[in-house]
Structures are given as structure tokens and as C-alpha cells.
Ligand binder design. Structure first.
Ligand SMILES: Nc1ncnc2c1ncn2[C@@H]1O[C@H](COP(=O)(O)OP(=O)(O)OP(=O)(O)O)[C@@H](O)[C@H]1O
Length: 376
């Protein structure tokens, strides 16, 4: 196995060199404006994801890196070099697709070694490289097997090994796990992260699965309609989404209407439906106001149902349980806070086998001002 790569071994992203640069990239398909001025930088050894709903342009953007898609204006640079006149097969990139594009009539080893067929190295050396690549993806000893006899997950590993053996600077992954069952997909996600850390290659992943992006990425670009709506690390995206739309796309976000009463000294004073008067810091407020009616957002796990006699550590609000959804390890409670028509969703871990509360029960909900985000 290769040594852990020094680049990815805890060198902060911002001090690594720029591996991919998008400079005002525009793409038209006829009249259709598919990429609307993309500017972003992906660093060496980064695990970077393009996340967004169907049709937002994420695959198109990925394909501009590989050179499978010409751009209408702007530039794509790889490792400091403008790729405008560089053909796809001359770029230091390799792509792994959603469908396992392997040759079913070849063995696993033949599939993995396919890209080395014009490599002048002696056969024994190439065979060793194939063995190494198979070991990397957890398929040690599978070389002689027929590729058609593999499971979906194994085929995708072969496709990965085949890409990695060519030692690209950048590996492009177009929804590589989306055809796999949930369990295998989750297992492969963890393996891919480990693999990426080991080889130190820059990975760019396209996915419409927000959980997958959160689990795997150093940073994520959330795209809507050909634009990057927010580019940030997973925690920032989750805790400080830049807009209602991003907040809604990543996990579950509750919204309650709010009135802005005043502002200044780094704080915003609000009156929030169901919660009452509350101060938030400027840091909790959407940076670029859109002029939409103000609302506060908060995640289900930032609220707690209080049991009888239990005291809230910060604030509490009364309400009635409207719906209960039991998931084994956790329960979702939808609670109608007094005076608010739309219920808020609360997730509770079922650690001590507490009784599930019934619909219609009056309850109190503990919440914390620090967990709120103001959208306006
Ligand atoms: N070759 C093409 N000709 C015309 N329009 C295209 C072409 N390829 C993509 N588009 C359009 O450009 C937009 C972006 O497509 P793209 O495949 O990048 O989206 P996506 O975010 O990857 O979505 P999905 O997850 O569905 O693949 C879509 O509206 C699509 O219909």
C-alpha cells in the first residue's frame, strides 16, 4: 500500500496549491444558459463535491474539467495551466462514471490494466501495478476473476482501480455510488474517503445526495440553475446556510416567521412566532438580505422535548405534539408551538428507552438562541 500522502496529511486547504480553477466559466447549449459564471478554486488533494438538484449544471461543470464539454467563455485551469487547447486525453484527469463502464468479457486484472496497454514498462511491473491498485480498492486476489461475475459494488471498485492506476492528478467522479444499495453505498463512501486520503489525488464528486456530500467532502459547492449558491465546508453549510434554498436542500430545516425589531452593536433583535423575543448575532444572520419576509431557521436536533419536571437550560416554548415518527434509534416529533400553525420538527435520540409521547400531548420544547439562523 502507498504511504499516506504528505499533501493531504493535515496541510490546511488554503496553503495548498490550486489544482483546479474555474474563472468566470459560462456554458450555453444553444440558448440555454447551463453555467452562469462559475468562479471557484479546488485545492490539491481536496475532496470536493458538486451538489445540487437535477439539471443545476453539476455534471456539465465536471465535464468541463475533463474536457468533454467546451465552455462558451471563461477558463478552466488545471495545475496552473489553461486547458482551453488541451484535448481530454491529454489532461491529467480521469473519470469514474455512475454505470460501471468495465469490460465484462475481460478479467478483473485485464480491466484494471487496460489503460496501461501502451505503457512501455515490462509486463511483470505492470502486473504489480495492477495488484497494487486492486489492493487499494479492497479487491486483493480478485485479479483472475471474470468481471461479469462481480457485484455492483465490486464493479465500481474495478472502475476506480482502473482510473487510479493511471495516477491522474484529478479524479472526477460522476455519481459513482448512486446505483448501489444504501448499505453498500455507505460502506463505499467511507472506503472512498480513506482511499482518497491515502493516494492524495484531488477528487471532484458530482452528487445530488446531500448526505453523501456531507459525509465525504472537504468542501461542497451547492449549485442551483447554473450558479454556485454556496461554497463551504460541510459544517458551515449545515450550520450557517447562506440562503433559505441552501438550508432547505441540506437536511431538514424548520422555519418560523420573524419580525426584525432592531439592529446594531453586532446583534439583531427579533420577535419570532412561537418563540418570542430573541437576540441573534450578526454572524447568525444571512449575509446578503434578499428582501424576503424574515424567518428564523433551526435544525430538528437543536430542539428538545422537555419531560415533566425537566428544566430548560436556556429557553422553552409550549406546544402540542402533532405527529410522531419512530425510527428506532430516534424519534421525530412534529410540534405545533402555541400560536403557530405549521409544526416544527424535533428529533430526539432514543437513548434511555424513554416512552414515545402520544399525539395531542401538551409539551414544552427547549431551544437555544445560538442555534437560530436569520434569513431575510
Ligand atoms: N448536450 C446538451 N444539450 C442541451 N442541453 C443540455 C446538454 N447537456 C445538458 N443540458 C442541459 O443543461 C442543464 C444542466 O445539465 P447537467 O447534466 O449539467 O445537470 P445536472 O445538475 O448534472 O443534473 P442531473 O443530476 O440530472 O444529471 C440541464 O437543463 C440539461 O438539460
Amino acid at each position: 500500500m502507498t504511504e499516506p500522502n504528505v499533501v493531504t496529511a493535515r496541510v490546511p486547504l488554503e496553503s495548498r496549491k490550486k489544482m483546479i480553477e474555474f474563472a468566470s466559466v459560462q456554458k450555453y447549449y444553444g440558448d440555454y444558459h447551463a453555467l452562469r459564471g462559475i468562479t471557484a478554486t479546488i485545492r490539491e488533494g481536496e475532496f470536493f463535491s458538486l451538489l445540487g438538484p437535477s439539471g443545476c449544471g453539476k455534471t456539465t461543470l465536471l465535464r468541463t474539467i475533463a474536457g468533454f464539454e467546451d465552455i462558451s467563455s471563461g477558463a478552466v485551469l488545471i495545475d496552473g495551466r489553461d486547458m482551453s487547447d488541451v484535448a481530454p486525453n491529454k489532461r491529467p484527469t480521469n473519470m469514474v462514471f455512475q454505470s460501471y463502464a468495465i469490460f465484462p468479457h475481460l478479467t478483473v486484472a485485464e480491466n484494471v490494466g487496460f489503460g496501461l496497454r501502451r505503457d512501455p514498462r515490462p509486463a511483470a511491473e505492470k502486473a504489480r501495478a495492477v495488484e497494487e491498485a486492486l489492493e487499494m480498492v479492497g479487491l486483493k486476489g480478485y485479479g483472475a476473476r471474470a468481471a461479469h461475475a462481480l457485484s455492483g459494488g465490486q464493479r465500481q471498485r474495478v472502475a476506480l482501480a482502473r482510473a487510479l492506476i493511471l495516477k491522474p492528478k484529478v479524479l472526477l467522479l460522476d455519481e459513482p455510488l448512486s446505483a448501489l444499495d444504501k448499505k453498500i453505498r455507505e460502506q463505499m463512501q467511507v472506503e472512498l474517503i480513506k482511499l482518497q486520503r491515502e493516494v492524495g489525488i484531488t477528487f471532484v464528486l458530482v452528487t445530488h445526495d446531500q448526505e453523501e456530500a456531507l459525509v465525504m467532502s472537504d468542501r461542497i459547492a451547492v449549485m442551483f440553475e447554473g450558479e454556485i449558491a454556496q461554497l463551504a465546508d460541510p459544517e458551515t453549510l449545515y450550520r450557517r446556510p447562506a440562503s433559505r434554498r441552501v438550508a432547505d436542500f441540506i437536511g431538514v430545516m424548520n422555519f418560523l416567521p420573524a419580525n426584525v425589531l432592531g439592529e446594531g452593536g453586532g446583534h439583531v433583535q427579533l420577535e419570532v412566532a412561537g418563540l418570542g423575543a430573541v437576540d441573534v448575532t450578526d454572524d447568525q444572520a444571512q449575509a446578503k438580505p434578499t428582501g424576503e419576509a424574515p424567518a428564523v431557521g433551526f435544525r430538528p436536533e437543536t430542539l428538545t422535548i422537555l419531560y415533566e419536571g425537566q428544566v430548560a437550560s436556556e429557553r422553552e416554548a409550549p406546544g402540542v405534539i402533532d405527529e410522531v415518527v419512530y425510527y428506532g434509534d430516534m424519534t421525530y416529533y412534529d410540534v405545533k408551538l402555541d400560536g403557530v400553525e405549521t409544526p416544527v420538527r424535533i428529533s430526539m435520540r432514543n437513548v434511555f428507552g424513554r416512552p414515545v409521547l402520544d399525539v395531542g400531548t401538551r409539551t414544552r420544547v427547549a431551544w437555544s438562541p445560538g442555534a437560530l439562523v436569520l434569513f431575510r
